[in-house]
Write a protein that binds this ligand. Structure first.
Ligand code: FE
Length: 197
């Protein structure tokens, strides 16, 4: 934890130094930087993915479109791919638990989940999610029944996967806005389930 915090502060300092240098040399303009910061701070992130999931839980027709063509269904909700990638959404059920990784580097659906967490980019997660997915899931506190299948999806530059977690029990009366709060970033990577109400 402490090492990460120090690492972040160090990176922030370097980024600020780089930014002033680029501005000073006239290589970039301040509004362009503000635009990028706004994109990453406010417009990308797991709040978008949570909207997609809450809508899919509430609207069977949208869910069918999402599972058939996630790229179009996500654009329909106003979230555009940042790097031109296609999206595939895989559904968790009592029989199948899906888990997303990028074994090569850190490919991640920025439009719906924002920037990847540090552990997602780590070598142990990248290798063990593929070789021992059940072990990795247990470390995240997620036990998957022996009779259920665990499927691992390897994201890449062209194709990014997102998990549609199972709608938690006891949420039948909840509307989209209430459901949103139950959808975590990690549940859309598949390392955990959606929160219980
Ligand atoms: Fe990658």
């Amino acid at each position: 934890m402490t090492a990460d915090a120090h690492g972040d502060a160090d990176v922030a300092l370097r980024v600020r130094a780089l930014e002033s240098l680029l501005l000073e040399k006239g290589l970039v303009e301040s509004p362009a930087i503000d635009e990028i910061i706004d994109l990453f701070e406010n417009r990308l992130g797991p709040q978008n993915g949570a909207r997609v999931v809450a809508r899919a839980w509430s609207d069977p027709e949208f869910k069918a479109r999402l599972l058939a063509n996630a790229t179009d269904a996500i654009v329909e909700m106003g979230y555009e791919a940042v790097q031109g990638e296609d999206m595939v959404v895989v559904e968790n059920t009592p029989r199948v638990h899906n888990l997303v990784v990028c074994t090569l580097c850190s490919c991640f659906p920025w439009a719906t989940l924002g920037l990847p967490p540090v552990w997602y980019k780590s070598a142990p997660y990248r290798s063990r999610a593929a070789s021992d997915p059940r072990g990795v899931l247990l470390e995240f506190g997620t036990a998957v029944a022996d009779e259920a299948e665990v499927r691992v999806w390897d994201s890449n530059a062209e194709l990014r996967y997102m998990v549609l977690p199972e709608r938690p029990a006891g949420t039948d009366a909840m509307g989209e806005d209430e459901l949103l709060a139950l959808v975590t970033r990690d549940s859309m990577i598949g390392v955990t389930r959606a929160l219980a109400p």
